[in-house]
Design a protein around this ligand. Sequence first.
Ligand code: ADP
Length: 169
Amino acid sequence: MICLLLTIFASLFAAACSGVQERTFLAVKPDGVQRRLVGEIVRRFERKGFKLVALKLVQASEELLREHYAELRERPFYGRLVKYMGSGPVVAMVWQGLDVVRASRALIGATDPADSQPGTVRGDFCIEVGKNVIHGSDSVESARREIALWFQPNELLCWEDNTEHWLYE
Ligand code: ADP
């Protein structure tokens, strides 16, 4: 009962914290971590003006990865994808801001780096679809599901952003 009340309280607190702004789940994949791209990737989202609300280095379990990519389970590359994502630590993050899901996908670039524009993360730092260095939620609904899968509610921090006045009309 106490657990249930705490969970409800945490969810209400998280909702109050995010206000009207959206959140998205981003992860620097194992190749991005190995290639020392974490700082560069975080820098791009910070520079844009989005707000970091959670970040951790995770060695993801096969179970978590199978769940995360459940929608792709029928695809021929599913097994390879789960193995790749579990081949080393990933940096899991939650970012917040106006239209952050769509804007993040634009900063990340197309799924296949061969189609990604220069200036995007995938366009600048990788070559093949099976080693495309970053994940970003593809819809607000996926973002909610993925954030809940990777983070406990109390890992999402609510902090006062003093730049909001300069970023939003
Ligand atoms: P995105 O990551 O851009 O949302 P998808 O959800 O379609 O793209 O695919 C998830 C991940 O699966 C991709 O980021 C990539 O790592 C991998 N993937 C997608 N298509 C292929 C493919 N044809 N071969 C190998 N891996 C793939």
